[in-house]
Design a protein around this ligand. Structure first.
Ligand SMILES: [Zn+2]
Ligand SMILES: [Zn+2]
Length: 355
């Protein structure tokens, strides 16, 4: 069964996207998902505007935060037909040695929509059935969420979920999140849900205010403040909260050079620095501080599909709020929306919804 479909293609860097028709047809093990929504990520902007390399040759539909309904299935994936699902941003092959050892995020045969395969800025997307995260629509409705709303679980929520889980945040931890935007905002909420006291650092008052209502116990506006002052404020807070001044969990979510320097400068003894945001910019820092502080720095590429249900549960249980942080736009307005997100005119996570 093939379905008449359309997608918005990137044909060259910095060029407007072009709408193109195609027939969506599932191969063995694959499904066709009718897209309910696809979130616009900082990474999409990096591909389009900043020369970040894409694995698939152009033209390519970007978009890797996809939710929708399975409308057709290939051989072996028939069980998915009709189900609502979230498509993980990173789909491991499930069969290689790395996958068998539970290391799917570094699977070398992994597929990322909008990078390795055609993405979700489209009416339909063809993806492997394995690894999809089923969405219980009764629970979704009870939580006051739409299927389009939870598209952002595919990256903005699960990526920091994996970072917080892997870092080992637990009740009584102090977590510092640099960058309170699309990913950082969820990092704050998730660290709070894991029982940490959370400090949010950003240069945008509106974002800090929003996060002080959703999980940040302390919000620091870092504009015009030197590192010593910022670290002093976190230290004072830690002492007042009886959390101590060792073993902080620091999450760099801004994806900026300035944010990376701030995050690195907050290292304390036994700290864990998680690099969650991405930038092409370089920073100069003294790597030996890791040695001297007996600290560790860890990267983070996506989230294994097997962790998606637990991450989605946080949203369905109301421990992580999505609704205040997303806004839907028609998919056919994609060129205007991407430009507006790039220009900082849309501050919430934009979710593109096919008509
Ligand atoms: Zn992303
Ligand atoms: Zn694999």
């Amino acid at each position: 069964m093939s379905l008449q479909s359309y997608r918005w293609l990137m044909t060259a860097a910095n060029a407007p996207l072009e709408r193109a028709a195609f027939y969506a047809e599932p191969g063995p093990g694959e499904v066709v998902v009718g897209v309910a929504g696809c979130g616009v990520c900082h990474t999409d902007l990096g591909y389009l505007y900043d020369g970040v390399r894409i694995n698939h040759p152009l033209p390519l539909a970007l978009g890797h935060e996809v939710s929708g309904r399975v409308v057709a299935a290939g051989a072996g994936a028939e069980g998915w037909t009709g189900k609502a699902a979230i498509v993980p941003a990173v789909l491991p092959c499930g069969a290689c040695d790395l996958c068998r050892r539970g290391l799917g995020t570094i699977c070398r045969a992994q597929k990322m929509p909008g990078n390795d395969i055609q993405g979700g800025f489209a009416s339909h997307i063809v993806v492997p059935g394995r690894g999809l995260c089923e969405v219980d629509e009764a629970r979704l409705a009870a939580a006051g969420l739409t299927l389009a709303d939870v598209s952002i679980v595919a990256d903005a929520l699960t990526t920091p979920y994996q970072a917080v889980r892997r870092a080992g945040v637990k009740p009584g931890s102090l977590a510092v999140v640099v960058g309170a935007g699309g990913v950082g905002g969820y990092c704050i909420q998730i660290a709070n849900a894991f029982g940490a006291k959370v400090v949010a650092i950003d240069i945008d008052d509106d974002k800090l205010h929003a996060m002080s209502l959703h999980g940040a116990a302390l919000a620091i506006d870092s504009r015009g403040q030197d590192l010593k002052t910022i670290k002093g404020a976190v230290t004072d807070f830690a002492k007042k909260q009886h959390l101590g001044t060792t073993e902080w969990f620091i999450f760099e979510c801004s994806g900026t050079a300035a944010g990376q320097l701030t995050a690195y400068g907050l290292l304390v003894h036994g700290a864990t620095l998680s690099v969650v945001g991405f930038t092409m910019d370089k920073v100069e820092l003294r790597l030996s501080n890791l040695m001297a502080y007996d600290a560790r720095a860890i990267g983070n590429w996506g989230c294994p599909p097997e962790s998606y249900p637990a991450a989605l549960d946080l949203a369905l249980e109301g421990k992580v709020q999505i609704k205040p942080f997303v806004e839907a736009h028609p998919l056919d307005d994609i060129n205007r929306v991407l430009a507006a997100v790039h220009a900082g005119e849309i501050k919430k996570r934009a979710v593109l919804v096919p008509s």
